[in-house]
Design a protein around this ligand. Structure first.
Ligand code: FE2
Length: 328
């Protein structure tokens, strides 16, 4: 005869068994894996860490990942059996076209789409990758190929939704009415035989493009708001380059469209709030991160020069699924 405790024990055992089967056959992934693996309370919806023991990352159903990605904006895949090749294959599943990444970054393994993250070992302030350029990547991917230990060189993340929600009415109003203007100079291959040529980029906010073949420079102005609509309905994200102290070398000048600067008081306040919302990711070898670049900003803490840290980066300029297709 079973008493109440015995019944509960059996029920638990059955649930454990049942759960195991669901994970094994990749059913109801959202309920069983995601809820138990939140990343940080600093993120809207807390982020999602998917931990594996033996699954092949390429076995995931694409639509499951899209749904998780759109809700959380950041997914950390941990403990999967991944190498550089699989990293690229996985990103390709979600990519219509890759971004032409900054030329300063080295390509890896004869694949021009895989790059090392920015050179140097200094701290890097929060930014949304290439948010100042006509092509603003939708997804940024990171893969940890080598890490000595996770106590240095952490990648920092800040959810632009949380940051925006924490700004005062005055700050919100300022960014609602003031777009940011970036004047860019992108290095290109020199051609001494050709003259300067006006160019056109078919993208909102891009203007006055010019190719200076002799100097090997492509000039363009880009105007963009500091806030962006999200994959989540009725939410806006503060995701841009305004906090980037060590500004990207292609940005020659930036500020408001009347050529004034953003008031220091406003930038200081935003920096202060963002510092409270930062999550520092302690890398483990083979961690893969999928990041919504139009919602999240990322940066890096400093590390010693001698320290082994090899984080690879892929940028999806345009994804092959609709913006908010699972959440709107
Ligand atoms: Fe970056």
């Amino acid at each position: 005869m079973c008493n109440y405790i015995d019944l509960n024990r059996r029920k638990r055992k059955f649930n454990q068994l049942y759960k195991y089967k669901l994970v094994k056959f990749n059913i109801n992934l959202r309920d069983l894996i995601m809820k138990k693996n939140k990343i940080s309370k600093n993120f809207h919806n807390d982020g999602c860490l998917i931990y594996s023991k033996k699954q092949d990352i390429l076995d995931f159903k694409k639509k499951d990942i899209i749904q998780i990605f759109e809700k959380y904006g950041i997914i950390i895949f941990r403990n999967f059996d991944i190498d550089i090749n699989k990293f690229f294959k996985f990103t390709k599943k979600f990519t219509k076209n890759f971004a032409n990444d900054a030329q300063r970054r080295k390509s890896r393994d004869e694949n021009k789409n895989i790059h090392e993250v920015d050179y140097g070992n200094n701290e890097m302030a929060l930014h949304s990758e290439a948010s100042f350029s006509p092509t603003w990547p939708e997804i940024v991917w990171f893969y940890c190929n080598e890490i000595e230990d996770s106590s240095e060189g952490q990648t920092t993340f800040c959810d632009g939704i949380k940051l925006w929600d924490n700004l005062s009415l005055e700050e919100k109003n300022f960014f609602q009415k003031n777009p940011i203007k970036y004047s860019l100079e992108v290095p290109i291959k020199k051609n001494k035989k050709l003259n300067k040529k006006k160019w056109f980029i078919n993208s909102i906010g891009s203007s006055d493009a010019l190719i200076d073949w002799k100097k090997g420079i492509f000039k363009i102005n880009q105007i963009r708001f500091a806030i962006n609509s999200c994959r989540i309905p009725n939410k806006l994200a503060f995701s841009n380059h305004t906090l980037y102290k060590n500004t990207d070398e292609t940005i020659k000048k930036w500020g408001l469209i009347n050529d004034r600067k953003i008031p220091k008081k406003i930038l200081d306040k935003i920096r202060k709030i963002s510092e409270k919302l930062i999550y520092k990711h302690h890398w483990k070898k083979r961690d893969l991160i999928m990041l919504d670049n139009k919602r999240f900003m990322h940066g890096r803490t400093a590390y010693k020069k001698s320290y082994k840290r090899d984080i690879l980066n892929i940028q999806t300029a345009e994804s092959n699924f609709g913006y908010g297709e699972t959440s709107k």
